[in-house]
Every structure is written in structure tokens, then in C-alpha cells.
Design a protein around this ligand. Structure first.
Ligand code: RP5
Length: 173
């Protein structure tokens, strides 16, 4: 049977452009994932079925992204003992604050690791998942270290460019 490391759920097709940030990270790191659309409110039985499907295929972490009254991550967390990462999406007039509050305020005992609203949250959800997976995977840990170094180099390069633009008045050290 095929196996995956991460199971991803989005509440609607309209959430897909946000969760693409997670997918790009998993593709870059070569991590096998499986993704579906399922809603806590509109398709609760489908959500439960997908969790079981993933657990049977060695999934180790779930990512659930949803907007509005975003109960998907909490409902997933209620149905599994695997770690659940929640991504709030801006889908209503409340711009994601509704989803953030829905996801972050879990009752004691059923945790959801809540990420920032939107694309940064989707990206961080994937990186956080990689960090968990890297606890048992030294090769992945090395890749994550290199990823950090690339980010560091990019900031140092930005500072260098700004310094040149400002006739070296901009202070770098
Ligand atoms: C949530 O409602 C979904 O996660 C989505 O973010 C939002 C709007 O869904 P659609 O009306 O686009 O299906 O359940």
C-alpha cells in the first residue's frame, strides 16, 4: 500500500491557492503527502474517512486549512492522536480573524498547532511538519539547516544591495 508522511485537508477548493505554499515546500523537500477537500461542517463523515485512510497509509502529521468558522483542524484533532497543524484562511469579511480564533482556542486536551493567517501560515505549517519529521530523520534535519542558511544569505544579500543603492551610507556590519 502507498504511504505518505503528511495528510492535508482544505475546507474548500477556494482554499487551494493558499495551501499551495505548503505543497511547494513538500515538493522541494521530497516529502510524500496526500491532499483532499473536505469540510468539518458540510462533509464530516468524509473528513473522518480521510483521516482513517491516511492513518492506514502511515501519515504522521495532518495539516488542516480552512476559513470562516474554521472547525476543520479542531474536528480533525478530535478524531486522531497524530499532531494536527491548523492554517487559518481569510475567506470572509473578517479577513481570517474568524478562522484564527476558531482554530487557536482549542479546549485543553485536544491541541491544534495554529499557524499565521494565509500564505505565511501555509508555508510555516509545512516547515513545522518537516521539523517534526526531522526528529527521526537526520538527512531531513540537514536539509532544514541548509534551508535556514539560504534564508540567512538572502537577508545578507538584501542588506548588501541596499548598502550599494544608498552609496554605502546604509550601515552593514
Ligand atoms: C470554509 O469556508 C472553507 O475552508 C473556505 O475557506 C470558506 C469558504 O468556502 P466556499 O464557500 O469557498 O466553499 O469552510
Amino acid at each position: 500500500m502507498e504511504s505518505f508522511d503528511v495528510g492535508i485537508m482544505i475546507g474548500s477548493n477556494s482554499d487551494y491557492p493558499i495551501i499551495e505554499e505548503s505543497i511547494q515546500i513538500f515538493d522541494r523537500f521530497g516529502i510524500p503527502y496526500i491532499i483532499t477537500i473536505t469540510s468539518a461542517h458540510r462533509t464530516p463523515q468524509r473528513t473522518e474517512k480521510f483521516i482513517k485512510y491516511c492513518e492506514d497509509r502511515s501519515v504522521k502529521i495532518f495539516i488542516a486549512a480552512a476559513g470562516a468558522a474554521a472547525h476543520l483542524p479542531g474536528v480533525v484533532a478530535s478524531m486522531t492522536n497524530l499532531p494536527v497543524i491548523g492554517v487559518p484562511i481569510a475567506a470572509t469579511a473578517l479577513n481570517g480573524i474568524d478562522a484564527l480564533y476558531s482554530i487557536v482556542q482549542m479546549p485543553g486536551g485536544i491541541p491544534v498547532a495554529t499557524m499565521p493567517i494565509g500564505k505565511a501560515g501555509a508555508k510555516n505549517a509545512a516547515i513545522f511538519a518537516l521539523q517534526i519529521l526531522s526528529l527521526a530523520n537526520s538527512e531531513l534535519r540537514l536539509k532544514l539547516n541548509n534551508f535556514r542558511l539560504e534564508m540567512k544569505d538572502s537577508i545578507v544579500n538584501q542588506a548588501e544591495v541596499l548598502k550599494i543603492k544608498n552609496n554605502n551610507v546604509f550601515i552593514d556590519f
